[in-house]
Design a binder for this molecule. Structure first.
Ligand code: SF4
Length: 168
């Protein structure tokens, strides 16, 4: 299994969602929230593609990279799962480091909230990221899907109906 930034994000949101995603159970394409998020990025930054480049690092794609300043830009709709967003951007910085790009930083932008979060990769965090990768591989290799999270975040998750269907 090749770990990518989506796996890192989902690992921090919900282990069950990570497992479902990895095993090809996809609901996010039907999700209005995901569509809304994509549209938000396009509308908020119409000239973005001229300023930043898309960067492919093996199996990881960074949509908006400012190569001159070595800054990864990530646009998100809400800060509900901010820890997952930070982990995703940290993973981009880690993968940049693996290909020899040192000292890159990240900015998570929340246009609807008019907020920005800066992300740096502390060398001490590399071991932590490698641990995430090992745990992601372990979770995804399980035969069974992890338990339902039963958390607030479930209400806005695209897998909500799938996870709670027996209770409705
Ligand atoms: S509905 Fe909850 S338990 Fe199910 S995948 Fe989403 S966050 Fe995880």
């Amino acid at each position: 299994m090749l770990v990518n930034a989506t796996h890192i994000n989902l690992y921090h949101v919900c282990k069950r969602e990570l497992w479902l995603h990895y095993h090809g159970v996809r609901m996010e394409y039907n999700s209005d929230l995901v569509a809304e998020g994509k549209l938000l990025g396009e509308l908020s930054y119409p000239d973005r593609s001229e300023k930043y480049t898309e960067l492919q690092l093996g199996n990881v794609k960074i949509d908006y990279y400012d190569a001159r300043n070595k800054v990864v830009h990530e646009i998100k709709k809400s800060d509900k799962v901010e820890a997952a967003h930070r982990a995703q951007v940290m993973y981009y910085l880690y993968r940049l480091l693996l290909v020899g790009i040192e000292g890159a930083t990240g900015i998570i932008e929340y246009p609807a909230l008019r907020q920005k979060e800066h992300v740096i990769l502390d060398p001490g965090e590399i071991e932590k990221i490698q641990k995430w990768e090992r745990e992601i591989i372990e979770i995804c290799s399980r035969d069974k899907c992890p338990q339902v999270l039963r958390a607030k975040i479930c209400k806005s998750c695209s897998y909500h109906d799938f996870c709670y269907i027996e209770e409705e």
